[in-house]
Design a protein around this ligand. Structure first.
Ligand code: ACO
Length: 344
C-alpha cells in the first residue's frame, strides 16, 4: 500500500520578555500619546528586552518551553528553521546559535528572512520537507528584538509605537497516513492542509531597514548612522493598503480552493500588525469577532512571532482546541505574504 506523510503541528510555545512598556511610557520618549496609538493600532503595551538580551536568547527561552511541554529532547529533531529580521549578528543567523546553545545534534539549521510572513513561509517549507519523507521532526523558531532597532524619538514615532519583542517555537512532525487521512478541509485529519505564499519586491523600499547593507556606500558609515538609516522606515499608508488586500486575497483563495466558507473556520489568526488591519480582514470575510484571535493590545507587533504566539495563547485560553480548523494570514516587509489552513 502507498505510504503518505502529513505534517502535524504538535506543540506551540511563546516567550515574551518581562519588560512591559506602555503607551504612556513611550509618550515620555517621543511626542505621542495613548489615545493616538490605541485608536490607530489597538496597541496598549508591548514588551522590550533589557541588555544584554539578544534575539537568540528569546528564541532559546521559547524552545526550552516547547521541549518541556512536549517531553522531547534536542536529539529527537532533524532540522531547525528559524525566522527573524533582527539576528544577533549580520551573519551568521540565529538557527545555528540555538542549535549549539541548546545542545541539538549537528543537524541542519537555517534562517529564513521573510519578516512578518515568517509563520506561513516556515509552515510551507516544513510541510514540503516532512511530506517528502526526508525529515521526521522539524523545530520552527520565531524571534525578534525590534526594540534595539527602533528610533524611539519623535522622528521614528510612526514605526516605534507598533513593535514589541517576542519569540515562539513550534514542533512539526511527519506522521504516516493513508491516502484518506491526508489532511483536507473535508476530513477530520489533523495537519497542514494548504498554504499560499507570495512576494512583490515593488514594496522593498516601503518598509525596510536600509543599513548596514551592501546597497549602502561603505556598508555602514558614520553618515548613514547619523541619518538614522539603521532604524526601520515605513510608508504606513501604503503598507496598510497592501496588507489588507493581500491578506483578504489569500483568505479568499484558500477558502475557495478548499471549498469552505468562513463558517467552517474555527478561528482566523491574522498577523498582528495593527488591529485595524485585522478588523478589515475580519469584516471582508464576514466573520464575527469571536472567530478572530488578536492579542496586539498586549504585545504590539512581534514581527515573525505574532501568529505562533497567538495560536499558543488561543489554545491555552480554550479559544481553539485540537481538531479545529484554523486559517492564518500574514503580510510583511519585502513585500511578502501568505496564508495557511491547518487542522490542529
Ligand atoms: N503618535 C502621534 N502622532 C503620530 C504618530 C504617533 N506615534 N505617528 C504618526 N503620527 C502623526 C503623523 O505625523 C501625522 O501627522 P500630520 O497629519 O500632522 O502630518 C498623523 O499622525 C497621521 O499620520 P499617518 O502616518 O498618516 O497616520 P495613519 O493613519 O496612516 O496611521 C499607521 C499610521 C498606524 C502607521 C498606519 O499607517 C498603519 O498601521 N500602517 C500599517 C503599517 C504596519 O502595520 N506596519 C507593520 C509592519 S508590516 C506588517 O506587519 C504588515
Amino acid at each position: 500500500m502507498a505510504k503518505y506523510f502529513k505534517t502535524v503541528m504538535t506543540h506551540f510555545s511563546r516567550y515574551l520578555p518581562p519588560g512591559r512598556v506602555t503607551n504612556n511610557d513611550l509618550s515620555k520618549l517621543m511626542d505621542t500619546n495613548d489615545a493616538w496609538i490605541t485608536e490607530r493600532s489597538g496597541i496598549k503595551e508591548r514588551r522590550f528586552v533589557e541588555e544584554p538580551i539578544a534575539t537568540s536568547d528569546l528564541a532559546i527561552e521559547a524552545v526550552k518551553k516547547v521541549l518541556a511541554e512536549s517531553n522531547l529532547k534536542p536529539a529527537d529533531f532533524d532540522y531547525i528553521i528559524a525566522s527573524t529580521l533582527s539576528p544577533d549578528y549580520y551573519f551568521p543567523g540565529i538557527a545555528p546559535i540555538v542549535q549549539h546553545k541548546l545542545g541539538f545534534p549537528t543537524i541542519p539549521a537555517i534562517d529564513i528572512r521573510v519578516q512578518c510572513s515568517a509563520f506561513v513561509y516556515s509552515t510551507q517549507l516544513a510541510d514540503a520537507m516532512l511530506k517528502s519523507g526526508q525529515y521526521k521532526r522539524i523545530l520552527l523558531v520565531f524571534s525578534d528584538v525590534q526594540s534595539k532597532l527602533l528610533d524611539l524619538t519623535t522622528n521614528g514615532r510612526n514605526v516605534a509605537v507598533l513593535f514589541g519583542d517576542g519569540a515562539a517555537a513550534v514542533i512539526c512532525e511527519a506522521k504516516e497516513c493513508t491516502q484518506e487521512e491526508i489532511p483536507q478541509a473535508s476530513n477530520q485529519s489533523s495537519g497542514v492542509i494548504d498554504t499560499i505564499l507570495g512576494s512583490d519586491g515593488v514594496g522593498a523600499e516601503m518598509l525596510l531597514l536600509r543599513t548596514p547593507g551592501t546597497a549602502t556606500r561603505g556598508f555602514l558609515s558614520p553618515e548613514t548612522y547619523e541619518n538614522g538609516d539603521w532604524h526601520p522606515k515605513m510608508d504606513g499608508r501604503v503598507v496598510f493598503k497592501h496588507a489588507v488586500n493581500r491578506m483578504c486575497e489569500v483568505a479568499e483563495t484558500l477558502m475557495a480552493r478548499n471549498k469552505i466558507s468562513a463558517n467552517d473556520i474555527a478561528c482566523l489568526i491574522p498577523h498582528q500588525a495593527n488591529l485595524r488591519i485585522s478588523e478589515m480582514v475580519r469584516e471582508k470575510m464576514n466573520l464575527s469577532q469571536d472567530k478572530v484571535f488578536n492579542n496586539i493590545h498586549k504585545y504590539g507587533n512581534t514581527t515573525s512571532a505574532t501568529i505562533p504566539i497567538c495560536i499558543n495563547e488561543a489554545l491555552e485560553e480554550g479559544r481553539i482546541k485540537k481538531g479545529d480548523l484554523v486559517l492564518t494570514v500574514a503580510f510583511g516587509a519585502g513585500f511578502t505574504w501568505g496564508g495557511s489552513l491547518i487542522r490542529l
